[in-house]
Design a protein around this ligand. Structure first.
Ligand SMILES: [Fe+2]
Length: 460
């Protein structure tokens, strides 16, 4: 059927051109008056997978793939060994509907599929989605579950959608195969919920070129607190049953504990969370310290967003002597315990923090006092945990300023944008270095932490 258009003759119908010949005039006018409605009523179909990211479920030989679609679809991953037959294996999972609490109540489906029985250290090629649409092709290397493996990490916090200065360098280094896992120590996107969670969507697209290749392990920060951390809890898929708030996992000779410092600050979401997390931490540390476990995973490393100590020029919790994270809260009933004594008692070796938009390395510290291994070799057999603050990856809030008169536990400080690399080399040696993005990737600080003994007795 052929329609011909002609300019609208004056007075024929209310608006638009007129269809002539095949359609009676009154019907054409009725159709045209509906046209704006038809245009408005048509929404795109969003079945294409996006925001693909990996996490390690904590079980050797496994990997979890998480992604988003905006319409409901199946959740499948097709995968295979690199060099083998493409997509010869497949796994199914499920999707949860996440409704953002912003005005628009935007809906998205978060898909999760866990791959199991992976060969340690083997590289796999995969795509995710469903028969309605597949993602691009990505690859990952299954984590080596041997305790003699020397995993390499990139560590940072406070990376945003705007001004993500370290992002390109991290993307490239990840794709070059420099990291086995990423630890993002809180504060994402600035903020995941903003613009009805569109900022969260865009941030998750930005990190896809890191997170679709290596496990992207997280903990919550203050910027995730809106709507009771719901964007954070729904978008990530960390091990355990706490919606990614606190959990632990093992890699190489390390036991890694991720926690929420935010339970000390957002009491409106449940004061009891401080105690629930504390009890869990105590149990987890108890288990990790059983002689048979600590012999295999001697390094205990914690990551939490807000530090116990820092020498920044702001009024943050870590600048105060009676930090909530360090000493707990005596202004609640019952009083809530802090983390410093707990971590000291169970011989935590390294504590990773962010929140301050700077890099700061501390001398081994406990109770506001320095406990170096020795004057010449402070990090050889240190007598207290080693703290690193690395929150300068880049965000719209820029970097922070330092207090010109730091306390004696402050060993090295930088206000450059950047991130930290860590390698847990073996049972006795752990390496840390700081990369300055401002200085085009220059390593501006590095230490070896060396320990013949781990656990509480190492302090004595
Ligand atoms: Fe923060």
């Amino acid at each position: 059927m052929i329609y011909r258009y002609s300019p609208r003759p004056a007075g024929r119908c209310s608006s638009g051109p007129v269809l002539i010949k095949m359609v009676p005039l009154h019907a054409a006018c009725a159709l045209l008056s509906l046209a704006p409605l038809l245009v408005l009523g048509h929404r795109p179909i969003w079945i294409q997978p996006e925001q693909v990211h990996l996490s390690y479920p904590g079980v050797p030989g496994s990997m979890r793939v998480t992604w988003t679609t905006f319409n409901e679809t199946e959740s499948k991953v097709e995968y295979g060994l690199l060099g083998g037959r493409l997509f010869e294996l497949s796994a199914k999972g499920g999707a949860t509907l996440f409704v953002d609490s912003g005005e628009e109540k935007r809906e998205m489906y978060i898909h999760r599929v866990t791959l199991t029985d992976l060969k340690p250290a083997a590289t796999y090629v995969y795509h995710c989605g469903s028969d309605e649409g597949w993602s691009d092709v990505f690859s990952f290397t299954a984590l080596n579950d041997s305790a003699s493996f020397s995993p390499r990490f990139a560590l940072y916090g406070d990376l945003g959608n705007k001004n993500p200065q370290s992002l390109a360098r991290l993307q490239k280094e990840t794709q070059l195969g420099m990291y086995d896992a990423i630890l993002h120590i809180g504060d994402f996107a600035y903020d995941l919920h903003e613009d009805n969670a569109r900022i969260g969507d865009e941030f998750m697209r930005q990190i896809q070129s890191i997170a679709a290749y290596v496990p992207y392990m997280t903990c919550p920060g203050n910027h995730e607190s809106t709507y009771n951390f719901s964007n954070y809890r729904n978008r990530f898929s960390m091990p355990g049953q706490t919606e990614s708030l606190w959990y632990s996992w093992n890699l190489g000779s390390a036991h890694i504990i991720s926690l929420s410092t935010e339970v000390y600050f957002y009491l409106e979401f449940g004061q009891e969370l401080i105690f629930r997390q504390y009890e869990w931490l105590m149990k987890d540390l108890e288990e990790a310290n059983k002689p048979e476990n600590r012999a295999v995973r001697p390094w205990i490393i914690t990551m939490g967003h807000r530090p116990m100590y820092c020498s920044d020029d702001d009024q943050d919790d870590c600048t105060t002597f009676d930090s909530y994270v360090r000493l707990g809260r005596s202004d609640v009933e019952p009083p809530a315990p802090g983390l410093e004594d707990l971590f000291y008692r169970y011989g935590v070796d390294v504590e990773l923090w962010a929140h301050e938009h700077t890099y700061e390395r501390l001398w081994p510290v406990y109770g506001d006092k320095v406990y170096n291994g020795s004057k010449e070799q402070p990090y050889v057999n240190p007598k207290a945990p080693v703290h690193i603050i690395t929150g300068s990856a880049g965000c719209r809030e820029k970097t922070d300023m330092f207090n010109p008169n730091p306390r004696e536990w402050s060993a090295f400080r930088s206000t450059d944008y950047g991130y930290t690399r860590m390698q847990v080399v073996n049972a006795t040696h752990l390496y840390l270095e700081q990369v300055s993005d401002d200085q085009y990737g220059k390593v501006i600080d590095s230490i070896w932490v060396e320990k013949e003994k781990h656990g509480f007795s190492a302090w004595l």
